[in-house]
Design a protein around this ligand. Sequence first.
Ligand code: SAH
Length: 217
Amino acid sequence: MNDRIDTYLHKGKRKQLIETLRQKGFKDEQVLAAMERVPRHSFLDSAFVNIAYEDRAFPIGEGQTISHPATVACQSELLQIKRGEKVLEIGTGCGYQTAVLLELGAKVYTIERQFKLYEKTRSLLPSIGYNTRFFYGDGYKGLPSYSPFDKIIVTAGAPYIPDPLLLQLKENGGLLVIPVGEGEEQIMNLVTRKSGTAFEKAELGKFKFVPMLKNKV
Ligand code: SAH
C-alpha cells in the first residue's frame, strides 16, 4: 500500500514539521529526532496522507483523534525518557505516540479501551516495525500486574487523576503526565512520586483532548 511507503517527500515534510516544532519552542533533541523518524502518514487514513505532517489532529475512527504533533512533543518532553525505561501509555489510539515512545528507547505497555482501535493498531504497528505490548482494557485501572512503571502517559482527557495510576509509579522519581479536566479543555499535569506516599504536582498549560472513557463495555 502506498501510504505505508516512506518517500523522500514524506521525509522532507517531516523535517519541516520538526522545524515548526522548534519554532514553537520545543528544544528536546531526543524527542525531535524520535519524531523525525516516525512516519506519521502511515498511521492515518490514506485520505490524509498529503496533509499528515501539518501540526493538527485527525480522526482515527471510533470518534477518536490522533494528537497534534505539538501535544505529542510536549508530553514526550515532560516524560524525560531514558533508554530502557518502562512506560505505561493509556490510550493507544492509532499508535503514533506509542511509536515515538519506542523511538525514545522505552519499553512500552499500551492500553486501549475501544476494541476496534486496539485490534487495528495491534496489527499496524508491528507491520511498520514497532513491536510492543498491547492491552485491551481500562486505563483508569492501569496494569497493576506489570507495575511499577518509570513513567505513565495518559493521552485522553481525564476527569481526575486515577489513584491506581499513582500507585503504579515507581517510587523516588516515577512520573505521570496526564491532561486533567472534564470540559473542552484540560490542564496538563505532571505528577512525581517522591516516595511511597508523597507526590508532587505541577500544572503546565491548557490542551484539548478527547475525553477518557468510563465504564465502557
Ligand atoms: N495517543 C493516541 C491518542 C488517541 S486519542 C494517538 O496518538 O493516536 C485517546 C485514545 O484514548 C482513544 O483511542 C481512546 O479510545 C482511548 N481511551 C479513552 N478512554 C480510555 C480508557 N479509559 N482506557 C484506555 N484508553 C482509553
